[in-house]
Design a protein around this ligand. Structure first.
Ligand code: FE2
Length: 470
């Protein structure tokens, strides 16, 4: 090799090094992060019927499947629900706080049949006029076997009320589901209420949608949802539409078992509604109810969004089941038609964050919108948009269908972080300007954050909070 050759080969090597640096930097820039975390490969299986977590509480007609959710628009009411199996029994809820005498609320019983299954007696009782920020004890099963639980009401609705929401989706009742729930319970971030993004029991994966698996699920999650409200969103596994066995009324088991305060927000259906809780305004939408123009859901949302007063509730959160921005090869573009209908409103009204499930994995987007397209202009690419929400897919609760591991490649620009692992998240609102979000995978210790982000409020502090390098 001559001197000249040596010099040129050194120059070439230097060029390769520089090019390599540019390329690797480019990979970091363009599409966020696809985690290389090696998850477990065993099959996800449901816990057997005789598992501890499904145990029927002892005693004659003992209330089981006890669960609570918010019962009004402000958080001063709670819907208490449970099932009795021996006889109807009392629908009364006895409740009290440290400084108040015992009061009683009366409720109603419902039952339903699904093919060859007959439900127990499902009780729904709304406890009203509670004080904010107060611990209440409550007793159900009066007259037979009594069981006592407690809950803490949220702070009064206001712009700086701090509050921590848990986020769980697509939970099911597998061994992994149990790990997810345990991790949520033991997370030092301490969620005070769960925003549940749909797909509860997965009973419909059993022969004839075996509704016994709705009961087992109710007993499994009682250890959390009897003590803190879970805010419900309907997923596709709540539809239970089975014409082959004569079951043609969609959402029959779900709507008998899980009541929500939809009338308080002017909704005409339990599948879309809103609540205020602390400093958050939470809008729940239904991916599986009509949402086109002129439909009840469309008209409700059109009137609902202008009602949000950000100086009262700075944080505007939307829950839905089917994600609009999803770069996995599962349920790909299933959320597209709803995105086309509503995304412009989400940008106009500066939604802070949208949580969805459905895809059994985790993904977080940058703030992005795709609203410029008008059928002829060809402008149909998602672009960075600081008025747009962050989209988070948290369908990684651990149900028996297993993980969505197959991703579209390359990772789109808008996708900030994606990983096929089971887990849950928390959204910790500090004040009107800042919220701390973190995602926790089941394989890690309880305090470990696998992904996190500081959210800057879109109304009070709308500065760039993107996490990928430019
Ligand atoms: Fe789903």
């Amino acid at each position: 090799m001559g001197v000249l050759d040596l010099a040129s080969s050194r120059a070439a090597a230097a060029t390769i090094v520089v090019l390599g640096l540019v390329l690797s930097f480019g990979v970091v820039c363009n599409g966020g992060k696809t985690s290389s975390f090696v998850r477990k490969v065993e099959k996800t299986v449901d816990m057997p019927l005789d598992s501890d977590v499904f145990k029927v509480p002892p005693g004659y007609n003992a209330p089981q499947q006890v669960h609570i959710t918010q019962g009004d628009q402000l958080g001063k009411a709670v819907i208490v629900s449970w099932v009795t199996v021996d006889e109807p029994g009392s629908s009364s809820v006895l409740y009290w706080s440290a400084n108040s005498k015992k009061k009683k609320a009366e409720g109603k019983i419902t039952t339903y049949k699904f093919y060859n299954y007959t439900s127990g007696y499902i009780h729904h009782t709304t406890v009203r006029n509670l004080m904010f920020n107060t611990k209440y004890y409550y007793v159900v099963g009066i007259g037979h076997t009594e069981r006592q639980f407690w809950f803490i009401t949220p702070p009064e609705v206001g712009p700086d009320a701090s509050y921590t929401f848990g986020l769980i989706g697509d939970l099911g009742q597998s061994y992994d589901s149990n790990k997810t729930l345990t991790h949520y319970e033991l997370n030092p971030q301490k969620g005070q209420a769960v925003l549940f993004v749909g797909d509860l029991s997965y009973a419909d994966n059993y022969t004839n949608h075996d509704n016994v698996r709705w009961d087992t699920w109710g007993r499994f999650v009682e250890r959390s949802v009897a003590y803190q409200p879970w805010i419900w969103t309907a997923g596709n596994h709540e539809i239970d539409f089975a014409p082959e066995i004569g079951e043609t009324k969609p959402f029959k088991p779900y709507s008998h078992r899980y009541h929500v305060p939809y009338k308080a927000s002017g909704s005409t259906s339990p599948f879309w509604y809103s609540i205020k809780r602390a400093s958050a305004y939470i809008i729940v939408l239904s991916s599986y109810s009509a949402y086109g123009k002129y439909t009840p859901q469309y008209k409700w949302l059109e009137e609902e969004l202008p009602k949000v007063n950000r100086s009262e509730t700075p944080w505007l959160i939307v829950l839905m089941h089917s994600p609009w921005y999803n770069s996995y090869n599962y349920h790909y573009m299933e959320g597209e038609t709803m995105r086309v209908m509503y995304e412009r409103w989400f940008v106009t009204y500066k939604v802070d964050v949208v949580f969805a499930g459905h895809v059994h994995a985790y993904e977080r987007s940058e703030r992005v919108s795709n609203v410029a397209y008008n059928i002829v202009n060809g402008i149909c690419k998602p672009v960075k948009d600081q008025y747009a929400p962050v989209y988070i897919t948290i369908g990684d609760g651990g149900n028996l269908e297993g993980l969505a591991t197959n991703m579209t490649e390359p990772q789109p620009d808008y996708s900030a972080y994606r990983e096929a692992s089971f887990g849950h998240a928390t959204f910790n609102i500090k004040n009107r300007t800042h919220a701390y979000y973190s995602w926790h995978r089941n394989q890690d210790g309880y305090a470990v954050k696998a992904d996190s982000m500081w959210f800057f409020n879109r109304f009070y502090h709308p500065v760039d909070d993107s996490t990928s390098a430019e």
